[in-house]
Structure formats: structure tokens, C-alpha cells
Design a protein around this ligand. Structure first.
Ligand SMILES: *Cc1c(COP(=O)(O)O)cnc(C)c1O
Length: 394
């Protein structure tokens, strides 16, 4: 099995994705000839404003939302912060928030800093997950109180791909008059989303996880939901977010949503087949390897596998020699020896959490690439295990 020399085998799409060629083509004119300010009175700027409206329509169409419910932001992180802080300011008498133990740092860190940011004492309930990464809805129901201002639960986990029952959870919050936010950054473009059928009040997404550029995101705010802006300034985005718009990236994100709407079903079936081939091949070929996360309630592109008695970063370095890109749940890079908070919350044993690798595929991966990874991984793991003092052989 040979790959083109120096070809990058990119299986780290939950970290970021390549900009689709069609998306790049759509955005380029807004970095060259169409440089007007969309808020200007003249036609030259006005036509740029029209391009933003078209992008808003494209994003709304993918989500089953109305264009007026779409606010462009600078990233998924900003969208998450804006939603949660908006709810806390809209209902200052409510001091409780419900989230999970496996949220992305964008939500996790915010929830850890609420007291400092709002000047009020808040109580945060972090829902537990089972060994397969799923939530317990009875625990969730019990956590919702009169004092709860907002629930923030991710649609799909970035590390394991595990999908949470957002429709049901949003309904349970609505029944009790509690606002519901979902960080859908990993879900948009990978699973169908129809906000018309959901009782979700806020939804976050990010361009660069969806084949648009980095530095652009969206916050969906359901019509009628009380909203308090985060970035104050000019009256861009109907006063919901000050700051001159990142026009080219917004146009790009609109085009990316269009592409996702058009191709999602077929492409995700193909991506899932590739992911399954990779996952089944690795688990069969490598002893003492196991899948992290629910087998079916999962994104079609993500596979998180633990290889016991080896260190994730060492595996990544060896993969890097073949230009294979993935991520690890062991976090020595962050200076801590703790494995990822997601795997810890799932109770993955220490020896397995440290040797976890996340493969996240995209529509650009090929069967040839999967087979290349399947050829290289067994020898990488075997050679590292030879050096491990804990490995007893198998
Ligand atoms: C990447 C990611 C974010 C952050 O998005 P940015 O645009 O990089 O700020 C938030 N949540 C999840 C689940 C993500 O995967």
C-alpha cells in the first residue's frame, strides 16, 4: 500500500477542517474587489451587506431557522459565551445553570468563571456521564429547578462523537420555563438539524469545523427569546453583536452551509463507512484496544480508540512520521499529566485514557488513506509497547 510521498493523511477534522474549494472561491471576491463596509449608505457597501444577508439565509436554511434568528460571531467560543451570559443577564434573579462534565472548554471554562464574570454567585450542576459517554435523563430532570436560568449541553462531543438527546432535553427545559442552549459546533453538517421541530433557544456553530475558515461562527437565537448582547458597539447584526462583520468569512460560512445541505446525506453515509472500516480494522488488528463512547449514538466521522499501555502523545509522534494527523486524549501538551476531562468523566481507566487517539474524518478522506492508517497503526503500537514497562505482551 503506497501513499503519494509526503501526502498528509488528515484525520483531525474535529480540530479543524480544510476550507472547501467552492467555499474559498465564494469568499475571495470579498477579500479583493468587494471591500465596502456593509453598513455604508452607498451601493458599493450595500452590495456587501446583501452578501451577508444571503449567507444568513443559507445558514438558516441548513438549520431550519429563520434568517432573523442568525447572528454572526467571531467563533464558536464567542457564541457559547454570548448565549450563556445573555441568559444570566436576562434573568439575574436565577443563579443556577445545568451543564455536563464533558463540555468543550468554551462552555466548561465559562461555567468555571461565572462568578467573576457576572459579579454574582452561581451554582453549576455538571451532569455525569456513563461509561459509554451518555447522559442519564433522570439525573437531568432532577437537576432542573426554579432557580435554573439556562441549560447548556453540547449536541455532540468533540472527543468521542457521542450525541446527546437534545430534542428531549430541550423539551424538558421548555416545560419548566428554562432556556436551553446547545453547542452544536460538532453536529452541524454531520447530523440533520431542524430547529423548527426543536425547543432549543440558543445554538452555537463554528465555521472552521464545517469547511469554512477559522474566525467565524454563528449564534442562533430563537425569535422571541430575551437577548442581551455580549459585544457592544455599532448596530451591526441588528444590535446583537457590535463590530464590523468579517464579510469574506461570513460569505464562506454561508456557502459551506449550502454545500452541507446539498451533500450531507450522501457524504455522511460514505464518511461513516470509511470510519467504520478504520475502527473495525484497528480493533481487530491491535490487541487490548477499545472504543471510547457509545457505538451508535455517535457522529458518523469520529472514532476514539484507546490502546492500552501506550502514551497517546508518543503514538501521535510516530503517526506524524507518516504524516498521519489525529489527536490524543492525553494532555501532556497542556503541562498536566491528567488525561482528558471527557475520558475521565466516562471513567476510562488510567492506562487506557492515556493511550487514546481520536480519528476524525471528513468528506475529503479516501479508502486509500484508511488502508494506509490500518497498515501503519499495528506496527506503531507494537513498537511502543515493546518499550513500555507495563506491557506484559499479548
Ligand atoms: C471547536 C469547538 C468549539 C470552539 O469553536 P471555535 O470556533 O474554535 O471557537 C466549541 N465547541 C465545540 C464542541 C468544538 O468542537
Amino acid at each position: 500500500m503506497s501513499m503519494q510521498k509526503n501526502a498528509v493523511v488528515y484525520m483531525d477534522n474535529n480540530a479543524t477542517t480544510r476550507v472547501a474549494p467552492e467555499v474559498l472561491e465564494a469568499m475571495l471576491p470579498y477579500l479583493s474587489e468587494y471591500y465596502g463596509n456593509p453598513s455604508s449608505m452607498h451601493t458599493f457597501g450595500g452590495q456587501v451587506g446583501m452578501a451577508i444577508q444571503e449567507a444568513r439565509r443559507q445558514v438558516a436554511a441548513l438549520l431550519g431557522a429563520e434568517p432573523g434568528e442568525i447572528t454572526f460571531t467571531s467563533c464558536g467560543t464567542e457564541s457559547d459565551s454570548t448565549a450563556i451570559l445573555s441568559a444570566l443577564q436576562a434573568f439575574p434573579e436565577k443563579r443556577h445553570i445545568v451543564t455536563t462534565r464533558v463540555e468543550h472548554p468554551a462552555v466548561k471554562s465559562l461555567c468555571e468563571n461565572l462568578d467573576r464574570l457576572t459579579g454574582h454567585k452561581h451554582r453549576v450542576t455538571r451532569l455525569k456521564v456513563a461509561g459509554d459517554g451518555t447522559l442519564d435523563l433522570a439525573e437531568y430532570a432532577a437537576a432542573l429547578t426554579e432557580d435554573t436560568a439556562i441549560v447548556s449541553v453540547m449536541w455532540a462531543n468533540n472527543e468521542t462523537g457521542v450525541i446527546f438527546p437534545i430534542a428531549e432535553m430541550a423539551r424538558m427545559a421548555r416545560e419548566r420555563g428554562i432556556l436551553f442552549h446547545t453547542d452544536a459546533v460538532q453536529a452541524v453538517g454531520k447530523v440533520p438539524i431542524n430547529l423548527k421541530e426543536l425547543e432549543v433557544d440558543f445554538l452555537s456553530l463554528s465555521g472552521h469545523k464545517l469547511h469554512a475558515p477559522k474566525g467565524v461562527g454563528v449564534l442562533y437565537v430563537r425569535r422571541g427569546t430575551l437577548f442581551v448582547p455580549f459585544l457592544l458597539g455599532g448596530h451591526q447584526e441588528k444590535g446583537r453583536r457590535g463590530g464590523t462583520e468579517n464579510v469574506a468569512s461570513i460569505v464562506a460560512l454561508g456557502r459551506a452551509c449550502d454545500l452541507a445541505a446539498e451533500k450531507m446525506k450522501d457524504e455522511n453515509t460514505r464518511v461513516k463507512a470509511l470510519r467504520d472500516r478504520l475502527e473495525e480494522g484497528l480493533l481487530a488488528a491491535i490487541p487490548q484496544s477499545m472504543l471510547n463512547g457509545h457505538k451508535t449514538e455517535r457522529l458518523p466521522n469520529t472514532s476514539n480508540i484507546s490502546f492500552e499501555y501506550v502514551e497517546g502523545e508518543a503514538i501521535l509522534l510516530h503517526m506524524n512520521r507518516y504524516n498521519i494527523c489525529a489527536s490524543s486524549g492525553s494532555a501532556c501538551t497542556s503541562g498536566s499529566l491528567e488525561p482528558s476531562h471527557v475520558l475521565r468523566a466516562m471513567g476510562v481507566p488510567f492506562t487506557a485514557a492515556h493511550g487514546s487517539i481520536r480519528y476524525s474524518l471528513s468528506i475529503y478522506n479516501t479508502e486509500e488513506e484508511v488502508d494506509f492508517v490500518l497498515e501503519k497503526m499495528p506496527e506503531i503500537i507494537a513498537s511502543l509497547r515493546q518499550m513500555s514497562p507495563f506491557w506484559k505482551g499479548n
